[in-house]
Design a protein. Structure first.
Length: 65
């Protein structure tokens, strides 16, 4: 559990999620992804960011630094 609540992991998940969401938009605009695939990649990015936010909240609630 400690590993999941580690600050570097939480930050890495946030950055990864933001990167996925940004890539989905950029690739869709350039015509490299279809609208459906871009939507899926965007959803995956937001899911990863959501996981990061959940772990961040759990870290605070459980009193880990």
């Amino acid at each position: 559990m400690e590993t999941l609540l580690a600050k570097p992991l939480v930050v890495a998940l946030a950055v990864l999620g933001a990167g996925l969401a940004t890539a989905a938009s950029a690739l869709r605009i350039r015509g490299k992804l279809s609208a459906q695939r871009a939507e899926r990649l965007n959803l995956a990015g937001y899911a990863v960011m959501g996981l990061s936010m959940l772990l961040f909240a759990l870290t605070g609630l459980l009193g880990h630094a």
